[in-house]
Design a binder for this molecule. Structure first.
Ligand code: SAM
Ligand code: DTB
Ligand code: SF4
Length: 319
């Protein structure tokens, strides 16, 4: 083994540590990630989350990857906040189909105070079904974060999306700092943080390193780290981006696992376009969470039949 890669127990990571990991031969990197994975998790278990878009489209933000921005002609029909009873029906179905966490997403810049009562009721009633709860509603005020936490929300998802350096090539309507600010409010209110991003948006390998470094150096790192592979959406500025190759994607999962040993690393959007073999390598490299079901927010996901076939072959239990 070469002594180049330092793996500090508690210390912050330096860029050179991340770059050294990314430069390792594939087999070496995946082996090290698998070692870290089994020290902290059961490698034969994968956590299953289910997403529901509770408010779709018409978003005022300009995230260059998103089907839901009102700034791009993507053909998506906008709708208003979903009725609580419909959300609960979907949550029950998610539970029956094996999900342990239910993630509700809204295409907002930020929630309106007048919606907070309804959102908090959703949290309480979904939780009462015996599901963990997660929401992703955009930026939060301190008061809104506290209301969600008091309602029992387990996780709040708010992604940094990419490296601080590449960020403004993708989004202009809110800054990287705005996102950190919301994440601090989520932490301050006592909720767990779900924070990750997207690859395949034309970023360089250096940006991928900067993205993982920014996540790993959060104190503490996010409990849940969704790594999305861009689902290209026609009509968005990033609709024709070059996809990330499977081997490079597996490398990123491995580096995320080594940098954030205790976190759930979620193989998120993009499984629809990934082979079973590529997904299996991701689980070997330390991914231990997925979105189940045949839909993400507005795009497709493999669904129950394909996932059952995959996880039976792997001897992996969805938890
Ligand atoms: N509107 C809220 C916000 O942006 O904070 C919540 C929903 S938003 C859709 C949540 C995350 O989904 C984004 O930050 C992005 O990382 C991911 N995402 C959105 N569109 C995607 C796409 N086409 N492909 C991959 N990931 C995507
Ligand atoms: C996250 O990082 N990925 C999820 C969740 N957080 C909200 C969303 C993926 C969306 C993929 C594109 C779509 O379905 O619209
Ligand atoms: Fe709006 Fe979220 Fe899509 Fe950005 S990612 S356009 S904030 S729904």
């Amino acid at each position: 083994m070469d002594g180049e890669v330092r793996i500090p127990a508690a210390a912050k990571w330096a860029r050179k540590d991340v770059e050294a990991l990314m430069a390792l031969p594939f087999a070496e990197l995946v082996f090290r990630a698998a070692e870290v994975h089994r020290e902290h998790h059961n490698p034969n278990e994968v956590q299953a989350s289910r997403l529901l878009s509770i408010k779709t489209g018409g978003c005022p933000e300009d995230c260059g990857y998103c089907s839901q921005s009102a700034k791009f002609k993507t053909g998506l029909k906008a709708s208003k906040l979903m009725d609580k009873e419909v959300v609960l029906t979907e949550a029950r179905r998610a539970k029956t189909e094996g999900a342990s966490r239910f993630c509700m997403g809204a295409a907002w810049r930020a929630p309106k105070d007048r919606d907070m009562g309804e959102l908090c009721e959703m949290v309480g009633e979904v939780k009462a079904l015996g599901l963990e709860t997660c929401m992703t509603l955009g930026m939060l005020s301190e008061g809104q974060a506290q209301q969600l936490s008091d309602a029992g929300l387990d996780y709040y998802n708010h992604n940094i999306d990419t490296s601080p350096e590449y960020y403004d090539k993708v989004i202009s309507t809110r800054t990287f700092e705005d996102r950190i600010d919301t994440l601090e409010k989520v932490r301050g209110a006592g909720m767990k943080v779900c924070c990750g991003g997207i690859v395949g948006m034309g970023e360089k390998v250096d940006d991928r390193a900067g993205f993982l470094l920014a996540l790993a150096n959060m104190t503490p790192p996010p409990e849940s780290v969704p790594i999305n592979s861009l689902m290209p959406i026609e009509g968005t500025p990033l609709g024709n981006s070059e996809p990330v190759g499977a081997i490079d994607f597996v490398r990123l999962i491995a580096v995320a696992r080594i940098l954030m040993p205790e976190s759930y690393v979620r193989l998120s959007a993009g499984r629809e376009n990934m082979s079973e073999e590529a997904q299996a390598l991701c689980f070997l490299a330390g991914a231990n969470s997925i979105f189940v079901g045949d839909e993400l927010l507005t795009t497709n996901n493999p669904g129950q039949a394909k996932d059952t076939a995959l996880f039976e072959q792997l001897g992996v239990m969805l938890t």
